[in-house]
Each structure stands twice: as structure tokens, then as C-alpha cells.
Design a protein around this ligand. Structure first.
Ligand code: LLP
Length: 406
């Protein structure tokens, strides 16, 4: 990657995505997540990185899409994403969002709770539309990951407890509704998971759930498959993950003598994280009594994950990748906030003003969680495919920053 050229062309900070890596990830899933006993489906969790160019790429591969807001859904609509391939998630979807999803004939609404189901039933009656749903279940499986990213513990805001009163009331509503059809169950147990055992537990529980129905339903296992941010992370290759889930499911179906209509997974991070890098320019170096800072021209506004989750990243000084790393540096952003640090204590060569710094594995939840704090401008996004670069999101301008202010 010619970072210098990209800087001259697009400026920094800059999000750079290697499209070939994303394609490879998609293909790994597609080639291995299949069974001859049930249908399979790969649903990209677009919260990880949802821009038009990304959705167009997914369309080329025929993936399905998970959206969680009107904004994500509208982006899909704008690129002509097939609405039937969309799963609409969310713990508190508004009436406006649900109406929009129904009128656009979104494939599946993943219903989070009883209140939502009742509202959906009313809306469906009013609009005289049939709606296909999954129910999001809290299966009580806890995946060991950062506490902010865990979703399926007993007090989670997501989903209904699989054996609770609310769940049974939902089944009653469904029995009496000519408009709403249950197509399956969904569970998402967390993110950046390196262990497949929690998924095995989920499979066992969900197969038990669908056993009670007189027709084959679907099971959506959510996403969460871990990626490598630093050398300390050892993700399970996606082909192994895929085969494991399929085999576990096949064995469990046999074991419990159950038929499954479709098995889905919802990877977000694992498709885009390692494909993305962020390019910065070092504006200055500061030595305090105990710390050496390298100041970059972005920071928590383009990557909030270190501040929010204590997430770790790896970095290099462009052109000095193979030089002796004799400095312990802290990479700090430019926000008026001490917590605006991208990497704490990383071994790097000596840097000078004007050097370029690249951080790796920033493709997931970087751009999508970016902010205008301190009125920083959102960086541009570039896709690089077979060495050709293409601008897919323009850098925000000052006027765009103020566009909505009256
Ligand atoms: N499906 C559902 C219902 C989800 O809630 C999520 C992520 C996914 C799929 C995709 O998970 P993934 O494969 O990307 O791990 N902002 C946090 C991550 C929050 C994940 C929320 N849900 C971060 O930056 O680490």
C-alpha cells in the first residue's frame, strides 16, 4: 500500500479498506457455512461499517444484511439492497421505523420483546400486511469478552428470556395474529469471542426451542467471531468457525431429532475489521518526565474503541516498519481530553513531525462509531482493490459540519 500517495491524494486522517481482504473473508464464510440438511445464510451486521460502497460489495456476493436503525435501513434502500434479505434488529424500534420496514417489505423483523410484538401486530392489522419475524431470545449464555460487549446475561436489555412468562405471552399473541408469522429464533451472545463453546451451548438450547413447533423454523446465531487487533489475539479462522457451527448443528438436530429450516450467522467485525487501517500524520512529539507522546491528527473521533472498551491496536510508522523499535510511545489524538489515546505504550522507532502513522485492524466500529466531538471533521474513506484506490466517502467539509445548525 502506498500510504504517501494516499495521503497526498486524500489527506489524513484517512480510513483505508483493502477490498480484497473483505472479499476473501466473505468467501471463507460462503464456502464453508453450508449444509445439505438445511438452508444457510450469512447476514452481514452492518453496524460494524455501513456505507453505500460496502453494501454494494455485499450485494455482489449475495449476502443478507442486519440493520438496527432507520438510517442503516435507508442506506440499504438507497443502494437498492434487496429488502427481502434484510433483518431488522433493535431493542426499541420506533413506530416510525417499524412502519417504514413494513411498507418497504423488509424480509424479517427480529422482535425483541412483547411490547414490540403487540405494536407490530397492530401496525400489521392497520396496514393489512403480512410480516415475518424472528424472536430474539436471551438464552442465558455468557461469552467472556469485554463487559460492554456482552449481551446475553440475565439482565441484558436485549431479547426475552427463553423460558420466561414474556416469551409465553408472545407465543399467545402469535397464535392469535393472522398477520405475523414466526420464522425462527435469534440469539447474539456477544462480540470479539475466541471460544466456540458458548455457541455450542446456544445451539443446544435453540434446537430445544424449535422442537416445540410443528414446522421447521430457522435459527440465527448472531455474530461475534473474534479478530486479531494485536499479536495477543488468536482468532479462529472463519472456515473453521463455519464448519464447526454447521457440524455442531447437524449433530444436535440428529441428537434431538429435530428439523431445521435455515441456519444463519451475523458476522460484522470479522468481515471488515482486519481489512481496515487508519492513516494519520504525526503533528508533534512530546516528552514528559515519564511518557513519550506521538501526536496524531485524529484520535477518539475516528476510533473511540480504545477509550470506550480499552481496545488495543497495533501501529507502525510508515517507511520505518523495519527500523529498530527503541521508543515506548503513547499515540494521542487531538481532542481536549486526556483519554483521547489510541495506543498506550507501544514500541516504535523514533518519529518526527510529518511522519505517517498507520493503525491496523480498524475496519470495524471505527468509521461507524466516529463522532464530531470538538467539531472534528469525519475523515474520508478509500477502498483499495487490486492496488487501485477509490474514494467512497468524501472527507466532511466545514460547511457540512454546520449544515443543520440554524
Ligand atoms: N448481530 C447482532 C444482533 C449484534 O448485536 C451484533 C453486534 C452483531 C450481530 C455483530 O457482531 P460482530 O460480529 O461485529 O462482533 N461497538 C462494539 C461492538 C458492539 C457489537 C454490537 N452488536 C465494538 O466496537 O467492539
Amino acid at each position: 500500500m502506498n500510504y504517501q500517495k494516499l495521503k497526498e491524494k486524500y489527506g489524513t486522517p484517512l480510513y483505508i479498506y483493502n477490498v480484497d481482504v473483505m472479499k476473501e473473508n466473505i468467501i471463507q464464510y460462503q464456502n464453508n457455512f453450508k449444509s445439505n440438511q438445511f438452508e444457510t445464510e450469512i447476514i452481514y451486521a452492518s453496524k460494524a461499517f455501513n456505507i453505500k460502497a460496502m453494501l454494494r460489495l455485499l450485494m455482489r456476493y449475495g449476502l443478507s444484511l442486519d440493520v438496527v436503525s432507520l438510517g442503516e435501513l435507508y442506506t440499504a434502500k438507497k443502494v437498492g439492497f434487496p429488502m427481502q434479505k434484510i433483518y431488522f434488529h433493535g431493542n426499541n424500534k420506533s413506530e416510525e421505523e417499524l412502519r417504514y420496514a413494513i411498507s418497504e417489505e423488509v424480509g424479517i423483523i427480529v422482535v425483541d420483546n412483547l411490547m414490540e410484538l403487540k405494536l407490530l401486530d397492530e401496525l400489521a392489522k392497520g396496514l393489512k400486511k403480512k410480516i415475518n419475524i424472528y424472536i430474539r431470545l436471551n438464552v442465558g449464555v455468557e461469552a467472556h469478552t469485554h463487559k460492554y460487549i456482552v449481551t446475553a446475561h440475565v439482565d441484558s436489555k436485549f431479547g426475552v428470556m427463553y423460558d420466561g412468562k414474556e416469551y409465553r405471552e408472545m407465543l399467545e399473541v402469535l397464535q392469535n395474529s393472522p398477520y405475523i408469522k414466526l420464522q425462527g429464533f435469534h440469539s447474539h451472545i456477544g462480540s470479539q469471542i475466541f471460544d466456540l463453546a458458548p455457541y455450542d451451548a446456544v445451539i443446544e438450547k435453540l434446537v430445544k426451542m424449535i422442537k416445540d413447533f410443528d414446522r421447521p423454523l430457522g435459527i440465527n446465531l448472531g455474530g461475534g467471531f473474534g479478530v486479531s487487533y494485536t499479536d495477543a489475539d488468536h482468532p479462529i479462522p472463519f472456515d473453521v468457525v463455519s464448519k464447526h457451527l454447521i457440524q455442531t448443528m447437524e449433530a444436535e438436530l440428529k441428537n434431538q431429532n429435530v428439523r431445521l429450516h435455515k441456519l444463519s450467522i451475523e458476522p460484522g467485525r470479522s468481515i471488515v475489521a482486519e481489512a481496515g487501517q487508519t492513516l494519520y500524520t504525526i503533528g508533534g512529539v512530546k516528552q514528559t518526565p515519564n511518557k513519550l507522546y506521538y501526536f496524531i491528527d485524529g484520535g477518539m473521533t475516528d476510533n473511540i474503541r480504545p477509550a470506550l472498551y480499552e481496545a488495543l491496536y497495533h501501529a507502525d510508522i510508515v517507511g520505518k516498519e523495519n527500523q529498530f523499535k527503541n521508543k515506548i510511545a503513547t499515540i494521542a489524538g487531538k481532542c481536549c481530553e486526556s483519554g483521547d489515546v489510541i495506543i498506550e505504550n507501544i514500541l516504535l522507532p523514533e518519529a518526527a513531525k510529518g511522519d505517517l502513522l498507520i493503525t491496523y485492524s480498524t475496519g470495524a466500529y471505527g468509521y461507524s462509531m466516529s463522532s464530531n466531538y470538538n467539531k472534528a471533521l469525519t475523515p474520508a474513506v478509500v477502498f483499495v482493490e487490486e492496488d487501485k484506490d477509490e474514494l467512497v466517502v468524501r472527507r466532511q467539509s466545514l460547511d457540512e459540519l454546520l449544515e443543520r445548525e440554524i
